[in-house]
Design a protein around this ligand. Structure first.
Ligand SMILES: [Fe+2]
Ligand SMILES: [Fe+2]
Length: 325
């Protein structure tokens, strides 16, 4: 199985490996089916840009590094309920949110690797909620790397899940302030969650919004969320491959993000997703098959000989670029 851009889809050689979901989070196309060319157009109109496919080259790749679709959908539903509640002026579904936060913490704690499913793998209407779930998963990985305890991780997850909640009240521009004002009144939520919403667009050099805070006055959770937010946008909305997204974030370290946090983030996030076609420094083509431990040194399988090797055991061998089949 591998994740491809919808425009790379080839009906002759590929079938769906994971279902495609519509805006009601219902299965639109089941796994095992082929996507008819007419349907490809419909999916594009729904702003679905990524699909999971099974084909000969990706045989045997399981993508266990990603969350399963049902768990992802359940998480998205909870965030959607929260946004809907805010829009309608109803109570936040706090119990479900707390339950989800604990579940995501467990998921991240039990895994060595967790890569996110791009938010643009589902219909446009639900993408903002998928974005929030992904930002929470990415934030938690950095939180775990920093040895945060369970309670800290839970609050970090809640803050990340709700970081854009102000958009349910205001739209893009003032969502940080609106989100803060809304969340600070929720007595059962830590005030830190409100601060994640407030500060996630601040930059460590003072060039961010809404207050132009600098590194020492931006709360750690908001700094973590800011990195996760940017990474998620790069891979989901701008279709930047993970290794390039990490490069972009590294280039902004010390400017937008703390250098120390960026360094840790890069150690926690896989540079290449299994299923990625790559060119190796020995000139041969290969496919990334799995990531066991080392985020920058996955297992690869040569496309000509099908020999699989762990890059961790071959220090001189490098991935020099990504290729398209
Ligand atoms: Fe935001
Ligand atoms: Fe965001």
């Amino acid at each position: 199985m591998r994740l491809i851009l919808l425009e790379e889809y080839d009906e002759r050689t590929m079938e769906l490996a994971r279902p495609i979901y519509d805006r009601h989070r219902r299965v639109l196309l089941a796994a095992g089916r082929k996507i008819h060319p007419k349907y490809v157009e419909r999916l594009k109109q729904m702003d679905i840009c990524y699909v999971f496919v099974e084909d000969a080259v990706s045989e045997g790749i399981t993508l266990e590094e990603l969350l399963d679709m049902p768990s992802w959908m359940d998480a998205i539903e909870v965030v959607q309920q929260a946004f809907d509640a805010v829009r309608k002026g109803e109570e936040l579904p706090l119990r479900s949110l707390f339950k989800l936060a604990v579940k995501l913490v467990d998921e991240v704690k039990k895994r060595k690797v967790l890569a996110v499913i791009p938010a643009t793998s589902i219909a446009m209407e639900v993408q903002p909620y998928a974005h929030a779930v992904n930002v929470a998963l990415l934030s938690l990985q950095l939180g775990k790397k920093m040895n945060c305890n369970d309670l800290q991780l839970r609050d970090l997850a809640l803050g990340a899940l709700l970081h854009d909640i102000g958009k349910a009240l205001e739209g893009e521009e003032h969502h940080t302030v609106k989100g803060f004002e809304y969340l600070r009144k929720e007595r059962e939520l830590s005030l830190l969650c409100a601060h994640v919403a407030y500060q996630h667009h601040e930059h460590v050099n003072g060039s961010g919004t809404p207050r132009g805070l600098t590194e020492t006055s931006i709360h750690l959770y908001a700094q973590i969320c800011a990195i996760a937010d940017e990474y998620e946008n790069l891979i989901s909305v701008e279709f930047v491959p993970p290794h390039e997204a990490l490069e972009i974030i590294m280039a902004r370290s010390g400017i937008r993000y703390s250098q120390q946090l960026v360094r840790l983030f890069v150690e926690t996030i896989p540079a290449y997703l299994p299923g990625t076609m790559v060119k190796m420094s020995d000139g041969r083509n290969a496919i990334v098959t799995k990531i066991i431990e080392h985020m920058q040194r996955p297992y690869i399988r040569y496309t000509d000989t099908h020999e699989e090797i762990a890059l961790a055991d071959h220090p001189s061998l490098l991935i020099v670029g990504q290729t398209i089949l």
